[in-house]
Structures are given as structure tokens and as C-alpha cells.
Unconditional design. Sequence first.
Lengths: 138, 138, 138, 138
Amino acid sequence: MEKLKRFGVSMQESLLKNFDEFIKKHKYKNRSEAIRDIIREKFVEEEWEKGKNVVGCIVIVYEHDVREIVDKIIDIQHKFSSIIVSSQHVHMDKENCMEIIVVKGKVEKIKDLYFYLKALKGVKYSAITKATSGKSLK
Amino acid sequence: MEKLKRFGVSMQESLLKNFDEFIKKHKYKNRSEAIRDIIREKFVEEEWEKGKNVVGCIVIVYEHDVREIVDKIIDIQHKFSSIIVSSQHVHMDKENCMEIIVVKGKVEKIKDLYFYLKALKGVKYSAITKATSGKSLK
Amino acid sequence: MEKLKRFGVSMQESLLKNFDEFIKKHKYKNRSEAIRDIIREKFVEEEWEKGKNVVGCIVIVYEHDVREIVDKIIDIQHKFSSIIVSSQHVHMDKENCMEIIVVKGKVEKIKDLYFYLKALKGVKYSAITKATSGKSLK
Amino acid sequence: MEKLKRFGVSMQESLLKNFDEFIKKHKYKNRSEAIRDIIREKFVEEEWEKGKNVVGCIVIVYEHDVREIVDKIIDIQHKFSSIIVSSQHVHMDKENCMEIIVVKGKVEKIKDLYFYLKALKGVKYSAITKATSGKSLK
């Protein structure tokens, strides 16, 4: 763990009052914790915009009884195995499955994998979560 | 103008280094200015989620030669005159116009106006910008 | 106005039912109007991601009695006059003003202007609306 | 699997041309597949806005050597076991772990869990992916 540095911040009384309510609602321990958190969020957005090496999750929801869909999902994952860290399968209900794939690599390649999965017949919903390795965010 | 309060924030050295680069890139004068700004952004999101009295802009891009579109846009604005603060018309090019409507009122009513405009034949693009009266954000 | 082409779309009954409710709620005249609209939205996102020539609105909310803020806002706009189409000023309440600036040009330059305005002391809120000239979206 | 219904859509030639490029880039098999996909995305947004029963993923990135963080993450998950479907742990690098938690339940309760995790000391990044059970989206 890294050493902390300390600095002063000035803020209008009423803004600070609102901020303290925000902190309470969001369960933060103190102002520093909250400020560090919302600063880090900004960096993740920028990492992804710049196309850097990033970490993320691809989520797909699909009907498992659509012809050959399970095979196709596995095939695509094998083609992109260099950027796939792990995957998790969840049975949502009688018809629907969810697959969560953790990815690590170049933004462009991650998006490519995402588009292939998203476009499959039987995939009803898909989303990509932009996260980070935390490397640049200590 | 309101008085400022001052408090201390602690942050990991490397996070602070990244934050200072962010501040430079985004032209902020100092850390306090940047922190106040990103905190306020959080509040605007929450105001809109809660359906409070808010301020915003509706932007539409449309083809002015679509039959009766100009009349329809004016008609709709008159029906919602209680929440419309002002509007601005811009000639984008030979075919396209942009209309920017500043709105102030309940989230629900603003969205209603937005849907009516968005759905008009000839309106090619529309967007809504969530802003704030600044009242709670001093 | 351009000629229309027609093609067939197949959809699950229950998805179509939900879509028809969506159309009603969003005041669209018919399915084609709704589909064209949500397709165009996708293109605007892509235009901005690619850094093309785009159209947009910058919205700022500021306290007019902060020292020299009005001068600074005008100065910055003059420096970026090549990408500014028009601007509109709204008095929100006793303390707050809103300025809406319509911009047209390269994404990078628009963001630069946005960062300068956003970072000014006294600017409490700012947002950028991504729109389009409609040129590529007919 | 459900039966499909077919209907006609009319679109300007140039918009259709752009749409076909979009389809190619996004690897969709045909126009129907693409249209169904972007329609479903709209519904997920609305489900979450309305606070319905939804499905989602919470992603957190954290430093595993922060004191007691692993215990705290497990404790919180136990308190919210009624909405947690499964969770997956990934070792990102020497310092950082990622935990992906699949959740199913009321929007409000999911957000509550999210805030508790997000606010922990040592959690450097967190995100919530809005997905769906697919129930209403067949």
C-alpha cells in the first residue's frame, strides 16, 4: 500500500452540505474516500477513450434453446482467448442464461469480441462494463 | 457569493499525480475547482433521477422542408409554454435546422415535451441535456 | 426530401408487443418512424467517437456575479469563433445564468472549448450535447 | 422459442445505406437481428428507470492487501444474499483483484448493495451493468 499525501480543498458551505449528504447516502466513510472514488471514475472513462490496455466485463443474456448458440458462444471465446481472463455462466430462469466474460487487453480487440457475441441470434441483451486493472489508479 | 469552507483530503501519491495531469488537461485552475466541478456533476444526475424541478436543454435537428414540420414544432412548444424558458433556431445547412429549447420544470413534463418533438416526422435527431438551476449547487 | 425504401423486419410477438407500447409512450406515429429514430441515435454516437466533423451544444450554468466571469466567457468564445455557430443567454434566477453555445467542427476542438469554459471559476455546471448536422443521417 | 411476426419498415435510401454499413461493422446477420437488438436495449434502460425487478452485474476492483477488505466484501455479500445469484473472483495482477457479482432483484436493493461495496476502503473502482432477465424481452 502506498503512502497518502494530504492537501486542502475549499468549497462553498452549501455545496459542502450537499456533498456530506451524498457521502452519507453512498455509505462513504469520509470525504477523502468519496473524492478519491469519483476521481478514479473519471480516469477509467479516459483510459477507454484512448484505446489503452484496459480491463472490462462483457455480459450477455441469451436463450439457451436457440439452435447451436452455446457452441457459437464457446467458439467465439476460443478465437479471442488471448484477451479472455475468465467467464462465468448463470442460469437466470427456464429460458435465459447469462454469461459474464472478464476481458483484459486493447480496447479495440475487446470491442470486436463484444460485437461478435452481441450479434448472435438468440442473444437478447448485451452490455460492456468498462473497468480497470487499477495499475494507473493507485 | 457564498463563503468557502476548507477541509483536508488525503490521497495516494500516484493517484494525486494522475489527478494533477487531469487538472492540467481539463484547464482547471486548481484542485479545489476540479473537485467542486466533479461533485456538482453527481448532483445533477441525482436531481434528474429523483424527478425534481430541473433545468435542461432539448436539442432537435430537423429537415425544414418536411410538410408542416415548422408549424408542428411551434404548436407543441405553445402547449408546453409553462416549462419553456426560451428557444433558439440555427440554420445548419441547406436542408437541416437545429432548434435548442431551454426548459425548466418537473422532469416528467420535460420528458413529455421531449417525446412529442422527438417523434415528429422530419426530426432526424434529438437529445436532452440535463442541467441544473444551480439552486442546490451553490 | 429523399425517396423511401421499404423492407421487411421479423420480430418475436412479445417483443413486438412491447415495442408497440414503447411507440405509444414515445408518441411515434408508426414503427418505421421509431426505428429510423433509434438507428440515427447510434450513428451520432459513432460520429463523435471517430472525431469527425460534428454539431453539438455546450451548456454552462454560472453565477454572473463572480468576478470577470462574463468577460472571460466572451473572450474564450472569441478565440473559438471558427467553430461557434451561435449562442443564447438565459437568466435562470437572481444568481444563475445559462449560456447555450451551438458548435460545429472537429470533435477535438469542440472538446477543447468545452474544457476551457467548464474550468472557469463561477461555472457551476456544464454539459455537452452530441448532435449532428444530419448530413450523413438523411 | 416464440413465433416471429413480420412487418414492413420504410427508410430513406441514404439512411438505409448507413444502416447496412453499421450492420456489417457490428457483425449482425441481417437487418431484423440488428433492429431487434437496439430495440431491446431501450427496454432495459426503462426497466431500470422504473425500479422493477431486474438483473445486473456489480464489478469492483480492489487491492487485496488493504486490511480486512476481503472479509468486509464477504460480510456485505452475506447481508444481501437474497439478491445475489453468484459471484466470480479474478486475480488481475499482484495487487489488484476483481469481483463480479451477479444480482437479481429490486433496483433499489441492488443499488444499496452497490453503494456499500463501492464505499469500502481499498475498492478502487466499481461499476454496475444493467442487464435483464429477458423475461419481458422475448
